[in-house]
Design a protein around this ligand. Structure first.
Ligand code: BES
Ligand code: ZN
Ligand code: ZN
Length: 447
C-alpha cells in the first residue's frame, strides 16, 4: 500500500529517506563531498550522508527524474521528497508515484509505504497529489484480477466510492438493456454468467457538458475467436478505459471542477459458452444500424458503439472515448504513446496541450474516410472487422465514428494502459491508469 501526502515541514526535521534533486553533478558533489565523486555515475542513486540515506538525483527531465526516484523509493517505508527544485512540482510528483506504486494487497508480506512531498508552499502540491491519487485509483481498479472485478463488482466499487460525492449514478441491468435495445453490448456479454451492464455517472457543475465513455471489458478472452494464451495475458485490464473515465469523474467532483460530466461505462466479459455470440451473427445496434460480427475479439468497438449512440440523448458539447481497442495501436506507437483521433482540430489541440502538461503523450492519427469502405458488408450496414490487415487502429476509430456524436475525441490507449508489457521507464509493472490525469487536465482547461 502506498500513501502520499504533502508537507511543509522541512525534510531535516522528518524521519525517512530524504530525496534531494540537484540540477548538476557539481552541485551534488558540493553537497555530498568530493569523496563521493567516483561513486556517482548513475543519474539517480541512494547515498549516505551523516548517517542518513539520501537519494541524489540530477536528471534533466522532472518527470523521468521523479520516475527514477520512485523506483528507489518503492522498497522504502518512508520517503521524503524535496520538490523545491522545480517551480511547478507536478511532473516530479506524478513521476515518483507512478514508479513507486505497487499492487500488493493480496500479498501476505505487503509493506505500508508512505511518501511525503515537501514544499514550503503546500498549495503547489495539491493538484499533483490529487491527480496522482486519481490515477492510483484507476490503476488499482484496472489491476484487480478478473475473479474480483467483473461487470457487477465494477459497479459495486464505483457505487461505494461515490457515496460522499455530488455524483448521481444509474445502472442499466440486463432487462433495461434489452428494453432499450443495446444489443451490441448484450451480444458481447452473452457468453458470461455475469450479465453486461451500462453504468452512467452524472456530475453537474457547469455549462460545458462533456461525455466520457470508457471500454469496460473486464476480461477479454476473445470469445469464439479465442486469444492464444500469450495474448490473453493482461486482458483483465481491458477495462482500463472504464477505470480511467470513472476515476476522472470522481476526482472532478472531489476537485470541484466547474464542468458537467455524463459518463457512460459499458461493462461486459468476453467469454465462451453455449450462449456466447458467434462469428457471422448480425446484430441490430442501439443506433438502428445492423452490425455483422466478423470477429468476436473485436468486442470493444461493439460495446462502445452502443454506449456512444446512447450518449447522444444527453447532447454533450464534447464526447471523449478511451479504450484499449487494438493491438495495432501498440504496433504503431509503442507503449509510451496513445493514438488520438478527433473530429475537430481545436479539440485535438486541447488534448495535445494538456497532455504535454501531464506527460501522457498522444499522437494524432487520421480519421481517414477513404478506408471506411473496408468495413462494408454485403448483408449488414457495417462489419466489425476490416477487409484489410493494415491500419488496424484507424479501422477501429472509423467503426466507432459511425456511432459517435459529431464533436468527438477518441484515444486508443492499448499501449500506454498496458505499458507493463513494454517495461517502460515511467511506471511500475502493472496496468497504468493512463489518461486519468489527462482527462482531469482537459476538464480543468474547459471549465
Ligand atoms: N483488447 C483487445 C486489444 C488489445 C490487445 C489491447 C493487446 C491491449 C493489448 C481487443 O479487444 C482486440 O482483441 N482487438 C483485436 C481487433 C481485431 C480482431 C480487429 C486486435 O487488436 O487484434
Ligand atoms: Zn478483443
Ligand atoms: Zn478487448
Amino acid at each position: 500500500m502506498l500513501t502520499i501526502s504533502a508537507t511543509d515541514i522541512p525534510p531535516e526535521r522528518l524521519e525517512g529517506v530524504k530525496v534531494k534533486i540537484f540540477t548538476s553533478k557539481d552541485e551534488f558533489i558540493d553537497f555530498i563531498g568530493p569523496i563521493w565523486k567516483e561513486d556517482v555515475d548513475e543519474e539517480c542513486e541512494l547515498v549516505r550522508k551523516n548517517g542518513e540515506t539520501v537519494v541524489a538525483c540530477f536528471c534533466k527531465d522532472p518527470f523521468y527524474c521523479g520516475a527514477e526516484i520512485g523506483k528507489k523509493l518503492s522498497s522504502v517505508s518512508l520517503g521524503v521528497v524535496d520538490t523545491t527544485t522545480y517551480e511547478d512540482p507536478y511532473k516530479l510528483v506524478v513521476g515518483v508515484v507512478l514508479t513507486a506504486w505497487t499492487f500488493d494487497k493480496y500479498k501476505s508480506n505487503r509493506m505500508e509505504k508512505k511518501i511525503l512531498f515537501y514544499n514550503p508552499n503546500k498549495d503547489k502540491l495539491k493538484k499533483p497529489i490529487e491527480h496522482a491519487k486519481a490515477q492510483m485509483f484507476a490503476r488499482e481498479l484496472a489491476t484487480e484480477p478478473p475473479n474480483i472485478i467483473n461487470p457487477k463488482t465494477f459497479v459495486d466499487r464505483i457505487f461505494e466510492s461515490i457515496k460522499e460525492l455530488p455524483i448521481e449514478a444509474e445502472v442499466l441491468e440486463k432487462d433495461d438493456l434489452e428494453r432499450e435495445g443495446l444489443n451490441l453490448l448484450l451480444s458481447v456479454g452473452k457468453g458470461s454468467d455475469i450479465p453486461p451492464r451500462l453504468l452512467i455517472l452524472r456530475y453537474n457543475n457547469g455549462k460545458q457538458k462533456i461525455g466520457l465513455i470508457g471500454k469496460g471489458v473486464t476480461f477479454d478472452a476473445g470469445g469464439y475467436c479465442i486469444k492464444p494464451a500469450e495474448y490473453m495475458r493482461g486482458m483483465h485490464a481491458d477495462m482500463s478505459g472504464a477505470a480511467v473515465v470513472a476515476s476522472a469523474t470522481l476526482w472532478a467532483a472531489k476537485l470541484n471542477i466547474p464542468i458537467s460530466i455524463n459518463t457512460y461505462i459499458p461493462l461486459a466479459e468476453n467469454l465462451i459458452s453455449g450462449r456466447a455470440y458467434k462469428v457471422e451473427d448480425i446484430v441490430r445496434s442501439y443506433s438502428g444500424k445492423s452490425v455483422h460480427i466478423g470477429n468476436t475479439d473485436a468486442e470493444g468497438r461493439l460495446i462502445l458503439a452502443d454506449a456512444l449512440a446512447y450518449s447522444k440523448k444527453d447532447m454533450n458539447n464534447l464526447t471523449v472515448t478511451l479504450a484499449t481497442l487494438t493491438g495495432a495501436q501498440i504496433v504503431a506507437l509503442g507503449y509510451d504513446i496513445a493514438a488520438l483521433y478527433a473530429t475537430k482540430d481545436e479539440d485535438a489541440n486541447l488534448f495535445e496541450e494538456a497532455s504535454r502538461y501531464t506527460n501522457e503523450i498522444v499522437w494524432r492519427m487520421p480519421l481517414y474516410e477513404r478506408y471506411r469502405k473496408y468495413l462494408k458488408h454485403p448483408s449488414a450496414d457495417i462489419n466489425n472487422i476490416s477487409k484489410i490487415r493494415q491500419a488496424g487502429s484507424i479501422m477501429g476509430a472509423l467503426f466507432l465514428k459511425e456511432f459517435a456524436p459529431e464533436r468527438w475525441v477518441y484515444l486508443d490507449i492499448a499501449g500506454p494502459a498496458l505499458a507493463f508489457e513494454g517495461n517502460v521507464d515511467w511506471a511500475s509493472e502493472y496496468p497504468t491508469g493512463w489518461g486519468t490525469r489527462l482527462l482531469l487536465e482537459v476538464m480543468e482547461r474547459m471549465g
